[in-house]
Design a protein around this ligand. Structure first.
Ligand code: GAP
Length: 536
């Protein structure tokens, strides 16, 4: 799988464009084109349907401790600034950055790596933003340049160990920055808050300051009481939300994988504290299965449990669903979704104020005068169970996914090249997207074999019959082989062709994108046939 080919297909066929491209683009922002918007909508709709509207509330699904309810929410992007103070984002949602005084470039501290090397009596640390084999090649190239050596003199470079993260280097005086020619040009690491700041109304000072949400989750926590009071939900239940989130990433990269504006698909699942470990295991497995059901079934997908030291201070368990994106070095995986057991951290933070861990306890953080550092809402967000007559603060399990990362993973997984015989039996190279039919932007294409003999009229009738049910595309231009190729390239699972036989017996051919199998059905049965195939 070659990432450049996926990126090129995305641009060529209208899946993804760089934002504001005619002005040179804006780093970390992407636009979805006519086919991309359909694909991403299908990803989000599959998630919403499978998690919310299609969920059977009357029976416990396999692996779940019991039946549960699911409802949705759609909150604003800008919320009361206190939300982010109590959630911890205001104080803690930062990355460390280093600047290069020579190249004027900015790097995320933990995304720079390098290698110690000695030559001509000098020992330096050659830094690069690339990992794996490419990183090794880049550091070699830079070291040769720095020491003024030719490639044939590479043996004069005495390397020490493997690539090492810059976070492991205490002193930068001997560091050659990723884009620098001289040593010691990197500044010491500094904190950088990832939240985008904006101003509400006419107030431009701190009084009017607010933030674009960096996650959709907090909108759910602050509406917990509203949802409980207004709908007939009872614990255990989940609230789902999809929507835009914004993070001022220091180094957005790898296509849409790390963007500054992206969409999340999050669930906050509220349960009794005693049952929360069981619910955590259920959601961890349920969410992993969702990706496999939609086609990410191979070795490139994995479920990784966090080590104890990776866990946030409030979490009793976290697992990541990860995908081996083709832009990563072999053996490395990128996060698609995190499933976290968050205890009662979030609801308590919004009741009492920003919490910190003290020993085994979560307590309200105090300022120098002993007052809460960030005061909570003071509202009671506990839950009263009518059946058991018990009052408690529910624990939360949070499966938090990225719609753009999922879309990118489905695209990468679907990308295939093979060779198929053309109309004359000659092998022809083809590019195809083996997208799951639920995700494919176009479900069926309809072609008249030729633009005469009444074939377009029959084909257009089939097209109009299909239109109310599925996304369908009509094409009568060019050789039929080319029309098939164009549909294969964008992942259309079925092509329907009206040909000479249609005029005599009323049947049309249906062609399967992956198997190339063709079969005939009555023209009037096309809707039922395609709908049946799509439902599997
Ligand atoms: N509420 C928890 C939360 O937001 P997260 O791991 O920071 O957790 C959840 O984000 C998901 O959002 C990630 O697994 C990823 O799919 C997506 N995501 C996060 N940052 C992203 C970025 N800069 N660009 C694209 N997707 C991102």
């Amino acid at each position: 799988m070659d990432m450049e080919k996926v990126v090129s297909l995305c641009k060529r066929r209208g899946f993804l464009f760089q934002s504001s491209e005619i002005y040179g683009g804006l780093n970390g922002f992407w636009d979805y084109g006519p086919l991309g918007v359909e694909l991403k909508r299908n990803v989000k709709e599959a998630w919403w349907r499978d998690m919310v509207t299609g969920h059977d509330e009357l029976a416990a699904p396999p692996g779940a401790p019991r039946a549960y309810q699911m409802v949705g929410l759609d909150c604003t992007i800008i919320m009361h600034p206190q939300v982010w103070k109590c959630s911890g984002h205001y104080d803690l949602f930062h990355d460390f950055m280093v600047d290069c005084r020579e190249s004027k470039k900015r790097y995320r501290h933990d995304q720079v790596q390098g290698r110690w090397v000695s030559a001509k009596g000098q020992r330096i640390f050659v830094a690069s933003q690339t990992g794996g084999e490419e990183g090794l090649a880049e550091t070699q190239h830079k070291a040769l340049k720095f020491f003024n050596l030719r490639a044939k003199d590479a043996a004069e470079l005495a390397w020490e160990g493997d690539l090492l993260n810059l976070t492991k280097i205490g002193e930068f005086a001997q560091v050659l920055g990723p884009d620098a020619k001289t040593l010691g040009t990197l500044t010491p690491p500094r904190e950088f808050n990832l939240m985008f700041k904006t101003y509400v109304g006419a107030l431009s000072g701190e009084e009017g300051a607010a933030f674009l949400r960096p996650e959709t989750a907090q909108g759910i926590f602050v509406n917990f009481k509203n949802v409980c009071d207004s709908s007939r939900v009872s614990v255990p239940f989940g609230i789902a939300q999809t929507g835009k989130s914004f993070r001022n990433e220091i180094t957005p990269r790898n296509f849409t994988f790390r963007s500054r504006e992206f969409e999340q698909m999050e669930i906050e699942f509220f349960c009794h504290p005693q049952q929360s470990p069981e619910w955590y295991r259920y959601w961890r497995n349920r969410r992993y299965r969702w990706y496999t059901e939609l086609g990410l079934a191979g070795e490139r997908l994995r479920l990784r449990d966090h080590e104890q030291e990776e866990l946030s201070h409030y979490s009793c368990g976290t697992a990541d669903i990860e995908y081996a994106f083709p832009f990563l070095p072999p053996g490395e995986f990128g996060e698609l979704e995190g499933i976290a057991h968050r205890g009662d951290f979030d609801l308590r933070s919004h009741m009492e104020g920003k919490l910190v861990r003290q020993g085994n306890e979560l307590v309200v953080e105090k300022d120098a005068e002993g007052k809460p550092r960030h005061r909570g809402s003071g509202k009671d967000l506990s839950y009263f169970d009518d059946e058991t007559r018990e009052r408690f603060v529910p624990h939360v399990i949070e499966p938090s996914a990225g719609a753009d990362r999922a879309t990118l993973a489905f695209l990468c997984e679907a990308y295939h090249e093979d060779s198929v015989p053309d109309e004359n039996g000659k092998p022809r190279e083809r590019t195809l997207l083996k997208l799951h039919p639920r995700l494919a932007p176009i479900k069926a294409a309809v072609f008249p074999l030729v633009k005469k003999d009444g074939m377009p009229e029959v084909a257009q009738k089939i097209y109009r019959e299909l239109k109310p049910h599925v996304t369908v595309f009509y094409d009568e231009k060019g050789a039929v082989g080319r029309r098939y190729a164009r549909q294969d390239e964008v992942g259309t699972p079925f092509c329907i062709t009206v040909d000479g036989q249609t005029l005599s017996d009323g049947t049309v051919t249906i062609r399967d994108r992956d198997t190339l199998k063709q079969w005939r059905v009555k023209a009037e049965d096309c809707v039922a046939e395609i709908k049946g195939k799509l439902l599997g």
